[in-house]
Design a binder for this molecule. Structure first.
Ligand code: UDX
Ligand code: UDX
Length: 432
């Protein structure tokens, strides 16, 4: 059993801290956001993540998990200090590390025994060394035995607990192998593959993994766009490709493309690192361009189906960037809504979990309580996020509610033939 502090109680920090507590460690999760911490201390989750609430409540009750805004209390006597603060994109696409700096300085000021500082947040290659420098300088000669390790997260929102407890691999990087092995001990109970590298290699594994997954999605989206011209069905194409073990079926779902708080930020940051160091990330640039075009292609298809978008009512089903999360960060639906509004369309939208966040960031959008309200009087209906509850809608009722039977299936969730038999004008992505 070790004593840990996790700085940054967001989608990653909160899941990481709770799961480490569930493995028997004593964990204090710290955040500067007082509201977030006070909610957690009342057993109320600040984010939607399936299974999290029960895990938090049970570990708080067991006396293993604590929440505070007080850096000193959080860092007292810890063996490990995890940094999981936000690393949002800056104006040039670079990762904004101001919060990582603040966490590193607090660690330097407040730790009182040998500690392993672990970067959990996605940080540019070389940040581990940078954090070590900050701590050394901040100690200003006061002795402290510490090492820095990189332990990138591979958690998907909506399945984050499962991804933590049953990882394909744990990646650890450090210039001090003993420190990496100490962190590896924390994961021993998971009995999974643990890869230990140097700091920069671990940081690059994270970026390269996310960039590859984004590339795979942009690849199938480019194939989908070609399928539309050639009359092939991209879902079948993906199925045929995925049977090849070298390709695999995952991340070959064509649609509106990738959003969220990671892929967009991480692909941009990797491309930025490349340019800063004199290499041209042509492929990464194309991956981002294709992804950006997917949102615009859907708007083009709507404009074609409706003649023009001015004064048209468009229903949007799903706003979160993917199912099973309330996270709207860089959600394709948000950009589609903005593009439609620019052409004078009137938007009505619904999301099973994202309505609270939607109310904060969407303007002039009618926020509905269910899919049928979204269909009411709509000239077209767009599926932007493939929530399970949208799978089996009462389409006869939907058709009767809509002003025109036009459906844009942005995630190829529905069966084209079934909808066409009901009288809908159905358009998918990469489907004949
Ligand atoms: C974060 C990083 O953004 C991402 O790069 C990395 O892959 C995983 O960790 P996420 O957990 O989604 O992702 O970030 P977010 O949900 O924005 O949470 C960040 C938390 O850090 C917020 O609760 C914020 O209040 C907190 N924070 C921010 C601090 O505690 N201290 C700070 O100085 C700044
Ligand atoms: C991702 C990585 O999967 C995870 O390993 C990393 O730690 C954080 O970033 P996340 O962003 O939570 O996780 O969700 P993910 O399931 O990867 O989906 C990312 C985006 O890609 C979503 O917008 C999703 O809709 C889209 N996507 C995913 C596709 O468009 N097609 C696919 O086949 C898969």
């Amino acid at each position: 059993m070790s004593k840990l502090c996790v700085i940054g109680t967001g989608y990653v920090g909160l899941v990481t801290g709770t799961c480490f507590a569930d493995l028997g460690n004593q964990v204090t999760c710290m955040d500067i956001d007082e509201n977030r911490i006070s909610l957690l201390n009342q057993g109320v989750m600040p984010i939607y993540e399936p299974g999290l609430e029960q895990l938090v409540v049970q570990n708080v009750k067991a006396g293993r998990l604590f929440f505070t805004t007080d850096y000193a209390a959080a860092l007292k006597d810890v063996d490990f200090a995890f940094i999981a603060v936000g690393t949002p994109s800056g104006d040039e696409g670079e990762a904004d590390l101001q919060y990582v700096r603040q966490a590193a300085e607090a660690i330097a000021d407040l730790v009182n025994k040998p500690v392993v500082v672990v970067n959990k947040s996605t940080v540019p290659v070389g940040t581990g060394d940078w954090v070590a420098d900050i701590i050394r300088k901040r100690r200003n000669g006061r002795p402290l035995e510490f090492s820095v390790a990189s332990n990138p997260e591979f958690l998907r929102e909506g399945s984050a607990i499962n991804d933590f407890m049953m990882p394909d691999r744990v990646v650890l990087g450090s210039e001090d192998r003993k420190a990496a092995e100490a962190v590896a001990e924390l994961y021993a109970a998971l009995r999974c593959q643990i890869l230990i590298t140097d700091l920069r290699t671990a940081e690059m594994i994270k970026y390269a993994s996310n960039a590859f997954l984004a590339t795979k999605i942009s690849f199938i989206n480019e194939i989908a766009n070609i399928c539309e011209e050639l009359g092939a069905d991209v879902r079948q194409v993906a199925a045929g490709m995925g049977l090849d073990k070298r390709i695999g079926p995952a991340f070959l779902d064509a649609g509106l493309g990738w959003g969220g708080s990671c892929f967009p930020k991480d692909v941009k940051a990797l491309a930025h690192m490349a340019v800063l160091h004199g290499s041209q990330p042509q492929l990464l640039q194309a991956v981002m361009d294709i992804n950006r075009m997917q949102r615009r292609r859907l708007v083009m298809k709507l404009r074609k189906a409706l003649g023009n978008l001015d004064e048209k009512t468009i229903g949007i089903l799903g706003i979160s960037f993917k199912p099973n999360t309330d996270d709207l960060r860089d959600a394709p639906a948000i950009e589609v809504i903005h593009l439609l509004q620019l052409e004078g369309a009137k938007i009505q939208a619904y999301d099973p979990q994202g309505m609270e966040n939607a109310a904060k960031i969407l303007k002039n959008v009618k926020l509905c309580q269910n899919p049928y309200q979204v269909a009411e009087g709509a000239d077209a209906l767009v599926l932007a996020t493939e929530w399970n509850e949208f799978k089996q809608l009462d389409f006869a009722r939907i058709r009767d509610l809509m002003a025109r039977p036009i459906i844009m299936d942005g995630r190829n969730l529905w069966d084209p033939q079934h909808l066409r038999e009901l009288g809908f004008h159905y358009t998918g992505v990469g489907r004949p």
